[in-house]
Design a protein around this ligand. Structure first.
Ligand SMILES: NC(=O)c1ccc[n+]([C@@H]2O[C@H](COP(=O)([O-])OP(=O)(O)OC[C@H]3O[C@@H](n4cnc5c(N)ncnc54)[C@H](OP(=O)(O)O)[C@@H]3O)[C@@H](O)[C@H]2O)c1
Length: 249
């Protein structure tokens, strides 16, 4: 239980779902953890539910001025970071005819622009040899109808794992991507669809997973721990697909 001993990690969107499960796992593995989110109440609730060295920063990743102050806020807690899990994200689905500029901008601003400038802004406080982990999605590989914008945002992150790994070689910073399949998290309730639609969406997706179930956030947290730890010291620019076989079988 000490794979991340003496490491400090920042997890964006750490108050819920995969980010929260990863915060829990990182803490259990001995890390000091900072979680960010866009609601102080949600951050406080998450902090209460976590045990160990956990700190919170209120920061909206779709707001560039919030990102611009993130490094300073981090430095009020710790001088340097060893791990950055770029996890905050949203998913909205609509056929192309119904996609509005708002739908497009909201997802690109959060999932791509937010991710990109978070990395840029935190680079000065990342230790050489740090690990950056991007939370993408198997949607980056599939042609699911109504997912054109969401999938494009996740595909953008996949290329970032490779280009930034090359750019950051001199600092030995490794950038890797996790592509989860469907995972049971609150994200489904934030898509602007009814609970009946959520249930039928989940049932339909579940039937496409060879393992016959949705994943648990803790299963993605363990993948993140591998990338965060020195166990993955020779792995960079890589993608690990954790999807119960959905696109791989
Ligand atoms: N669940 C899946 O099936 C699945 C599959 C593949 C990939 N993913 C990816 O996994 C990541 C985590 O999603 P999840 O499933 O764990 O969903 P979640 O439970 O909704 O967690 C998303 C987290 O991101 C935060 N967030 C969203 N927009 C933000 C913003 N503008 N600024 C700061 N924080 C923001 C959320 O905060 P709030 O609590 O305020 O909303 C929440 O903490 C996302 O990038 C998602 O695309 C999920």
């Amino acid at each position: 239980m000490s794979r991340l001993k003496n490491k400090t990690a920042l997890i964006t969107g750490g108050n819920s779902g995969i980010g929260f499960a990863t915060a829990k796992e990182f803490l259990e593995q001995g890390a000091t953890v900072i979680i960010t989110g866009r609601s102080q109440a949600a951050l406080d609730q998450a902090k209460q539910a976590l045990n160990g060295q956990v700190h919170t920063i209120l920061s909206n990743t779709s707001n560039l001025s919030d990102i611009r102050t993130l490094a300073k806020q981090v430095q009020q807690i710790t001088p340097r970071l060893d791990v950055l899990f770029v996890n905050a994200g949203i998913g909205k689905f609509a056929p192309i005819e119904a996609v509005t500029e708002e739908h497009f901008d909201e997802q690109f601003n959060t999932n791509v622009k937010g991710a990109y400038f978070t990395i840029q802004e935190l680079l000065p406080v990342l230790n050489d040899g740090a690990s950056i982990i991007l939370n993408t999605s198997i949607s980056a590989h599939t042609g699911m109808a109504t997912a054109s914008v969401y999938s494009a945002t996740k595909a953008a992150l996949l290329t970032l794992a490779r280009t930034l790994s090359t750019e950051l070689l001199p600092r030995k910073i490794r950038v890797n991507a996790i592509s989860p399949g469907p995972i049971t998290t609150p994200i489904f309730g934030k898509m602007g669809i009814t609970s009946e639609q959520i249930d039928s969406f989940k049932t339909s997706i579940q039937s496409q997973v060879p393992m016959g179930r949705l994943g648990d956030p803790a299963e993605i947290a363990r993948v993140a721990t591998f990338f965060a730890s020195d166990e993955s010291s020779f792995v960079l620019g890589a993608e690990l697909i954790a999807d119960g076989g959905m696109i791989t079988l």
